[in-house]
Ligand binder design. Structure first.
Ligand SMILES: Cc1cc2nc3c(=O)[nH]c(=O)nc-3n(C[C@H](O)[C@H](O)[C@H](O)COP(=O)(O)OP(=O)(O)OC[C@H]3O[C@@H](n4cnc5c(N)ncnc54)[C@H](O)[C@@H]3O)c2cc1C
Length: 500
């Protein structure tokens, strides 16, 4: 007797979430587990979700995924950050890159030294201290052994699931095609015991992973876990999405362009652009949004626009009884900072680390739920910040964003930066000081003070230090190859493939 109680894992749903969990469990815990994934080609996947954050690279590394193989198979491009336009005011532009901004010489973060230099009349532009920022703007890129850049990917969502499926099946996961008709529960404990397919097949399991998308077939349909709605903070509830051909020079950035009642994305892959138009249906009708979206597309469409309705918020418990939900089944933060795939991958890693082989224990479930809740809230607040800090008053939508009450924690952090330039990265927070440092000024929030430790550095030394840092960024930038040339050679797909 090995003491293992949980062996049979059933994953319901085969979108990005389902296959991410399947890949993590099969590649890292097989042969200890018997893994079955159920999906329905007829229902299909949500078909969006193509921009990521750098943590995806650690996820891939843990799973032993070869970067170039992934890039070729998923038409992946590089993402160095997001190019925000029209957010604080119409005509504004800023980049939120994944890089570090400067290097701190002493105990206080770098920007305090830069702020002090600015009062003395030197120091230049803050973005000149960030290689990723400059490389994104100049469309330059290099990776490899000790590559200098922090980056993520843009990839084709219709190719990523099948790519992970191949890896998962090779590692022992089993896939069943068909629709789940009903979910059976134990009458005493309420635990899920099996899924019954439309074909009549019954799939039993010890642990069930709900990746059925917005439906949340197990976590909500069966367990009635409940949902916390965040629409009052994040008003967008709809998106049109379509694909177009490439246009212009290939960019290593997602674009997020604000419009009258939301924003529009452009995600450049190797072979096409993914486009979307996110909006609040209270402020803009679906038909008007579609018409505006079509007018703003820069290249001919290759797929007809499809409408996606969503409800921003989170499931009250990610793990309830013997069901854990991932991806859209667990909740949704609108995609402004491309954080949903990150959240599912971090939870998949957490599940591997805490896998309940010996049975489900309440304290462990609580820890899992609390850690996930903290992570999600921090991301939610960071996204809310982009709306709250607008100065736009050209539409009711923007006025309502500017005037809304925000979570206390966010209000405090923004005020603290305004008052004394202090920033921090909280426990279980994805975004570093460097992210706040790019988005806050990008949204026209500036620090009125800074840490006086900066004054302790002699002016000549401060000047020399800052000049040196900027020169280093410039010298590295000059050595970086053109992004498009590099990527076609490094991870180029053999021939353009069209995704569904
Ligand atoms: C507009 C929009 C833009 C987004 N952009 C980004 C982004 O840029 N970056 C990012 O990180 N995230 C983004 N996301 C989120 C991202 O798309 C999702 O997190 C990701 O695609 C995972 O989806 P999923 O697997 O949870 O759900 P889905 O893709 O909906 O998959 C659900 C699966 O469940 C199966 N299923 C459902 N019901 C049944 C049933 N009865 N029987 C059998 N199978 C069933 C389906 O067949 C499918 O396989 C975006 C989301 C939206 C809505």
């Amino acid at each position: 007797m090995d003491g293992q109680v949980i062996r049979k894992v059933v994953i319901a749903g085969g979108g990005t979430a389902g296959w991410c969990v399947a890949a993590a469990l099969s590649r890292l815990l097989h042969p200890l587990l018997d893994i079955t994934l159920v999906e329905s080609a007829e229902i299909g996947i949500v078909g969006v979700g193509e921009a990521t954050v750098p943590t995806i690279r650690a996820f891939h590394r843990n799973l032993g995924i070869d970067e170039r193989d992934f890039m070729r198979n998923c038409q992946a491009g590089i993402k160095l950050g997001i190019n925000f336009q029209n957010w604080a005011r119409i005509g504004d532009r800023y980049i939120h890159s994944f890089g570090l901004v400067g290097k701190s010489p002493w105990i206080a973060p770098f920007h305090h030294f830069w702020l002090h230099a600015r009062t003395l009349g030197f120091g230049g532009d803050l973005n000149d201290y960030c290689l990723e920022h400059r490389a994104a703007d100049a469309a330059k890129f290099y990776t490899g052994e000790n590559g200098p850049l922090s980056y993520a990917y843009h990839f084709d969502t219709a190719l990523y699931g099948p790519y992970l499926r191949k890896l998962s099946e090779a590692a022992g996961a089993r896939r069943i095609e068909g629709k789940i008709k009903s979910v059976q529960q134990d009458s005493e404990t309420g635990n899920v015991t099996s899924l019954t397919m439309e074909s009549g097949q019954v799939i039993e399991g010890d642990l069930f992973i709900d990746c059925t998308g917005f439906r949340g077939l197990l976590i909500e349909g069966a367990l009635k876990t409940g949902y916390e709605d965040w629409n009052h903070w994040l008003a967008n509830d709809s998106a049109w999405a379509c694909q177009t051909g490439l246009h212009g020079r290939l960019s290593p950035m997602t674009s997020a362009i604000a419009h009258q009642a939301g924003w529009r994305w452009e995600i450049p892959l190797q072979h096409r652009i993914g486009n979307g138009f996110v909006y609040s249906s209270k402020h803009l009708s679906d038909d008007d949004a579609r018409a505006q979206f079509m007018r703003e597309l820069k290249a001919p469409v290759t797929t007809e626009p499809h409408l996606i309705k969503f409800r921003t918020g989170r499931r009250k418990k990610i793990w309830n009884k013997n069901v854990i939900c991932f991806g859209l089944a667990s909740g949704f933060i609108e995609p402004l900072e491309s954080t949903n795939i990150h959240l599912m991958q971090i939870c998949a890693t957490r599940l591997v680390q805490m896998f309940p082989f010996s049975g489900i224990h309440e304290a462990q479930v609580q820890h899992f739920n609390q850690a996930t809740a903290r992570e999600v809230e921090k991301i939610r607040n960071f996204v809310i910040m982009h709306y709250k800090l607008t100065e736009r008053d050209d539409t009711e939508y923007w006025k309502s964003r500017r005037d809304m009450e925000v979570p206390e924690d966010l209000a405090m952090r923004v005020q603290m930066f305004r008052d004394c330039g202090h920033l921090f990265q909280a426990e279980e927070e994805l975004f570093r000081i460097d992210s706040w440092l790019q988005v806050l000024p990008g949204q026209r929030v500036h620090a009125n003070g800074y840490h006086q430790i900066a004054r302790a550095m002699p002016e000549a030394r401060l000047r020399e230090m800052l000049d040196g840092m900027r020169a280093e960024v410039e010298a590295t930038l000059a050595r970086l190859p053109d992004y498009e040339t590099f990527i076609r050679q490094y991870g180029g797909a053999p021939k353009p493939m069209t995704a569904g």
